[in-house]
Design a protein around this ligand. Sequence first.
Ligand code: KIV
Length: 298
Amino acid sequence: MSLGSAKRITAPDIAARKGGKPIVSLTAYHAHTARLLDRHMDFLLVGDSLGMVMHGYESTVPVPLELMIMHGQAVVRGSSHVLVVVDLPFGSYEESPAQAFRNAARVMKETGCGAVKLEGGTRMAETIRYLTERGIPVMAHIGLTPQSINVMGGFKTQGRERAEWEAIEADAKAITEAGAFAVVLEGMAELLAARITKQIPIPTIGIGASAECDGQILVLEDMLGLSPRVPKFVKEFAQLAEAIESAVATYANEVRERSFPGPQHTYAMKGEKVAGDGSKAPPRGARQATKRPKMTGS
Ligand code: KIV
């Protein structure tokens, strides 16, 4: 069966993978990369990290809903196999369950994605229940929640002190009981991530939370070596920044020395040969056939 006719992975398919083969995911922000990732991933996240990676914001806080919808549409168009999950950005869901439903429904209708993700534990449980009871699959996100950096005081790893565990474990329990189908554990001490993974019946997806989780996610540009700075938990599986710079420098040189574009990159006129000066070259043999005009004396 071709990928084009295969059924997409759904949120319940991901939920059913608890404790099984690790769930593999990356972020994707546009159609071209979604196409490359589609057959290798279980789900693609259109993360609000796109605000920092693609648009140069200092954090995810300024990202508007419209941007998430635009990139969500591109990723859905570029994929046919994976579940596509779209982040609800800061300010689009925290006010009330009704606000969250209105915006999540808009994201699902306008992008065609299969689920949304939102940040927060116990405080978001009521909203998660409201959404799931109304047909919106929700992936939760606890631990380091980047939309809250202004109250957290920065991107700080969570659960490295045992005193923090109780609240984070309560978050995991609350979002599970509210109906989340999976939960991202970000920037979390390994021991705590392992405990939570054992405690809850839904898959945990780790990012900086160790191999103890049921699955892993990374930001694509980080793991490809395209990001200027990466956190400790990122492994760069390629060094694309160097490859891009070297390709760009070669292109610039070739343009400056006029070796690019070459004849193979150039369109000739149909049925005509063009001389080096751009004039129409005479057909082969025409020179010999052409009679010189007679010189007339004056
Ligand atoms: O926005 C994002 O990319 C995310 C991942 C880090 C999980 O939320």
